[in-house]
Design a protein around this ligand. Structure first.
Ligand SMILES: [Zn+2]
Ligand SMILES: [Zn+2]
Length: 372
């Protein structure tokens, strides 16, 4: 019997364990077995590993295999003609990425019925949503192989596409695209402030630029990241290490004819950034919250500002297959302009998964990838 190694989260905040699982002998019609080429280590993986993110509706059932930003190569296909999201008929050897939960969106619950399928109450995802102690076991990216259920939205990657770019963009780029859609898009000529210079912030910059923003200001830390933001087309950068919140708010005003920005996007995860960010849009401007994924506690805000400025504040999380399709298009069509692949700064073998998770938690890497 053929087996595959996988890294298991058996208990929170404890080293993951490498174990072997049998590969399925027969695939159900429409299912796929893919060999993982590269799996990203996202901040979310680190949070789940630490036990900081619980599954909606209660605690997740362990053990699970994490790793939700994956590129794999089709090893075997179940019966039937299997097509990808774009309509390509798939065959063994094709390179793919996939949406982690769209196949479970029910279409019938309250949120599905009101057109908010990212909030579907029946949604479950690979890489943490399915325990791996029962067949088909291999339901996360930190493994040599992964099983994809029928109806998984998969995306065949162009032959010349860098798998590093897909993994680097990971869940960040479709999340940004979804968020920008929720604020009605960024219109041609608008001024945008991106708070945060991590991966999500850099992709926010790229999406804002490609949407036609006339000026994008990135506020963040670490000189090399702000330099990267400049290389990617940021018109201005503000280093949080040598400025105060008041100075940053003032600087944004100066850069926007005294009005404030049309759009501000929070990509930070730091509660105080929310208090600061809501001072930055112009009257009737839009503020998009994407970074506060984890509950990092309260922020001291002035609610009056929301009324006085008639702010539109939107939160956004998750994404749908169409946002991933848009993201893949951006990655492949603008690879010279935004060398997304360079963001994968470190690669680890599966055996060193714990080092990869630790390095991500300590911000020692721009982004780590696991190469099983
Ligand atoms: Zn639903
Ligand atoms: Zn992620």
């Amino acid at each position: 019997m053929q087996t595959a190694k996988a890294a298991l989260l058996v208990d929170y905040n404890k080293p993951m364990e490498i174990r072997e699982f049998p590969l399925p002998e027969k695939l159900e019609p429409g299912a796929m077995l893919v060999r993982i080429k590269l799996a990203g280590v996202c901040g979310t993986d680190h949070h789940i590993w630490k036990g900081e993110l619980y599954y909606p509706g209660g605690k997740r059932r362990l053990p699970v295999i994490l790793g939700h930003e994956n590129v794999g190569q089709i090893e075997r296909l179940g019966d039937g003609v299997i097509k990808d999201y774009f309509g390509n008929t798939l065959k063994e050897g094709d390179l793919l990425t996939w949406h982690g939960s769209s196949f479970t969106i029910c279409g019938r619950c309250y949120y599905c019925s009101i057109g908010q399928p990212t909030m579907c109450v029946n949604k479950r995802g690979y890489s943490g949503g399915f325990p791996c102690d029962e067949p088909p076991y291999l339901l996360g990216g930190y493994a040599e192989y992964m099983y994809l259920f029928p109806k998984t939205d998969v995306f065949k990657l162009p032959a010349d596409m860098s798998i590093e770019s897909v993994v680097a963009a990971g869940c960040a780029i479709p999340t940004i695209i979804h968020g920008v859609e929720r604020i009605g898009g960024i219109r041609f000529g608008e001024s945008v402030v991106v708070q945060g210079s991590g991966g999500v912030g850099l992709f926010g910059l790229a999406v804002a630029k490609e949407s036609g923003a006339s000026s994008v200001t990135v506020i963040g830390a670490r000189a090399e990241r702000l330099r990267l933001a400049k290389e990617w087309g940021a018109d201005h950068t503000i280093d949080i290490m040598n400025t105060t919140p008041e100075e940053r708010i003032q600087k944004v005003k100066e850069l926007t004819q005294g009005r404030g920005a049309d759009v501000v996007i929070d990509c930070t995860g730091v509660p105080s950034a929310f208090a600061e960010g809501m001072e930055m849009p112009r009257n009737s401007g839009r503020y998009l919250i994407i970074g506060q994924f984890l509950d990092a506690g309260p922020a001291s805000i002035r609610p009056h500002i929301v009324l006085a400025k008639q702010l539109q504040i939107h939160g956004s999380s998750g994404f749908l297959p169409r946002h991933l399709a848009n993201g893949i298009h951006l990655l492949s069509s603008k690879k010279e302009k935004y060398p997304f692949d360079k963001l994968i700064s470190h690669k680890f073998p599966l055996q060193k998964i714990n080092e990869a998770i630790q390095a991500t938690g300590k911000w020692n890497v721009i982004k780590a990838g696991v190469e099983p």
